[in-house]
Design a protein around this ligand. Structure first.
Ligand code: HEM
Ligand SMILES: [Ca+2]
Length: 298
């Protein structure tokens, strides 16, 4: 069961006063080495929160006797950067052992990844604890599919207590990072609500057969947290089917247009929605545990 305690930005103020600087320093190194790692931490936090709450479940490795979420359909051969969390956790354990949860580290790393790529920053409410369980089937069921239409996307977020508008602004996370050919092949070969030049360009690195793991940027500036994702949607240059669903004559069109030309509105709404997403069913109080190694249960 989940506790009733609230998350609080100052949760580690006395128990681990350097936590913010430790995460930020390690994230700066990671993003300098490979900018995509900022995007990777954002996505990993989303995939953590949507599967039974923000509880570090996505970080657990599969073993002979334990099936976690890493090999669920949306995650396998797709999530990257688990080593970044390992590096941060090692440093944090050295500074304040058995104190800071993996779920909180991931929430901070996601925030810092966004900020380091030019996006907003925000105060991350803290005090999540780590799950003693994980569920591959819940990951398969609860994470939205890139082949979904707008009603299914809205429903997937509603199931987590998030509005359609929050779904749309959080999809703006696709202003950073990359996607694999297999996730957008059908769109670039068979869909009609797509800019013709964009489709041609994307087909060059995503053949009709083969090349499933070839990568393409989710917007025109994948290392920059900007409004290009939304202006791309307005120009029918959404990469995923699910992306273009946000601007296809439906209920989210007006909001997409607003974000496409108003970076301040986008980053403000994005930060607020990240706090809401980060608050999905946290374990608090004495529930769960503070995992010593984010990959394994204590
Ligand atoms: C609305 C429903 C969503 C769907 C269907 C979706 C789907 C996807 C897919 C298919 C990919 C590419 C994965 C691959 O090819 O390996 C991806 C990447 C990504 N997603 Fe989403 N996503 C959604 C929402 C979100 C949200 C809410 C966030 C964060 C707030 C997010 C952040 C990211 C990021 C940053 C990447 C790039 C990761 C990287 O480069 O490693 N996505 N998403
Ligand atoms: Ca961008």
């Amino acid at each position: 069961s989940t506790g009733t305690a609230q998350l609080a930005a100052n949760f580690y103020a006395t128990s681990c006063p350097n936590i913010q600087a430790l995460v930020r320093g390690a994230m700066r190194e990671a993003v300098n080495r490979q900018p995509r790692l900022g995007a990777a931490m954002l996505r990993m936090h989303f995939h953590d929160c949507f599967v039974n709450g923000c509880d570090g479940s996505v970080l657990l490795d599969d073993t002979a006797s334990f099936t976690g979420e890493k090999n669920a359909r949306p995650n396998q051969n797709s999530l990257i950067g688990f080593d970044v969390i390992d590096t941060i956790k090692t440093r944090v354990e050295r500074a304040c052992n058995a104190t800071v949860s993996c779920a909180d580290i991931l929430a901070l790393a996601a925030r810092d990844g966004v900020a380091l790529l030019g996006g907003p920053s925000w105060q991350v409410p803290l005090g999540r604890r780590d799950a003693r369980t994980a569920s591959q089937s819940d990951a398969n069921n609860d994470l939205p599919s890139p082949f979904s239409d707008l009603p299914a996307l809205i429903a997937a977020f509603a199931a987590k207590g998030l509005t359609a508008a929050e779904m749309t602004v959080l999809s703006g996370g696709h202003t950073i990072g990359q996607a694999r050919c297999a996730g957008f092949r059908n769109r670039i070969y068979n869909e009609t609500n797509i800019n013709a030049n964009f489709a041609t360009t994307r087909r060059a690195s995503c053949p009709a057969t083969g090349g499933d793991n070839n990568l393409a940027p989710l917007d025109s500036s994948p290392n920059r947290f900007d409004t290009a994702y939304f202006s791309g949607l307005v120009g029918q240059r959404g990469l995923l089917h699910s992306d273009q669903q946000l601007f296809n004559g439906g209920s989210q069109d007006a909001l997409v247009r607003t974000y496409s030309t108003n970076v301040n509105t986008f980053v403000r709404d994005f930060a607020n929605a990240m706090i809401r997403m980060g608050n999905i069913s946290p374990l608090t109080g004495t529930n769960g545990e503070i995992r010593r190694n984010c990959r394994v249960l204590n």
